[in-house]
Design a protein around this ligand. Structure first.
Ligand code: GDP
Length: 207
């Protein structure tokens, strides 16, 4: 991968980003030749806020607690260069079994079979660090041999020494997982921390 100029990455993300479609089942996944990066995490991790902050569009991605959005894979076409894919969140303790099974079928099919998928951003709440279901997702991606980038969210809420401790802990975690990239990206959709770093990373995937 060639190094990406931050200005080039900024320009890419300033271009049009349109919702192509929301798929409720694998048969609805679009035919596409664009490289894809998918975003996944526990519900409420800040995934829609992050996608909106990255693209500078407030209402583009909707929160996972939006009715009807919980079980959809949403495809966003960024400037016909890169497909950003919003995967449904996990960790709804109260969700009925049948819904959890449906989530598994939809997400696993996407992660295991999607040819265009280049990389997954696994979002981890920076305030708490990785939880058991985050580790389950990382193990699933290791087994599927899908490369993933760990992205800490809500880092505006993690202050002082805790900030670097959280990053270090997450680096140590990544080192134990074969498909995890070593570098950790710390972000905040609130104060835009890490947005440029994440854009540069994503633009590199879309190269
Ligand atoms: P999703 O369910 O993963 O899509 O999460 P949302 O983007 O809807 O965010 C869940 C909650 O976390 C909302 O109340 C957001 O306002 C809040 N949130 C999201 N990102 C940040 C952030 O960077 N910093 C802070 N402090 N709160 C955030």
């Amino acid at each position: 991968m060639n190094p990406i100029d931050p200005e080039e990455a900024r320009k890419l993300f300033a271009q049009n980003c349109d919702c192509l479609l929301a798929a409720a089942e694998p048969l609805q996944f679009p035919a596409s030749t664009l490289p894809e990066v998918a975003f996944i995490g526990r519900s409420n991790v800040g995934k829609s806020s992050l996608i909106n902050a990255l693209t500078g569009r407030k209402g583009l991605a909707r929160a996972s607690n939006t009715p009807g959005r919980t079980q959809q894979v949403v495809f966003f076409d960024l400037a016909h260069r890169l497909m950003l894919v919003d995967l449904p969140g996990y960790g709804h303790a109260e969700a009925p079994r049948v819904e959890k099974d449906r989530w598994m079928g939809l997400v696993q099919t996407y992660l295991r079979k999607r040819q265009e998928l280049k990389c997954v951003c696994v979002l981890i709440d920076g305030r708490h660090g990785a939880k058991d279901n985050d580790l389950d997702m990382m193990n699933l991606l290791d087994r599927a041999a899908v490369v993933y980038q760990l992205v800490l969210t809500k880092m505006d809420q993690v202050r002082g020494a805790d900030h670097s401790t959280r990053i270090q802990q997450t680096q140590e975690l990544a080192a134990k997982h074969p498909a995890a990239l070593a570098n950790i990206i710390a972000t905040s959709a609130e104060d835009k921390l890490g947005m440029n770093e994440l854009r540069v990373f994503l633009a590199g995937v879309g190269q």
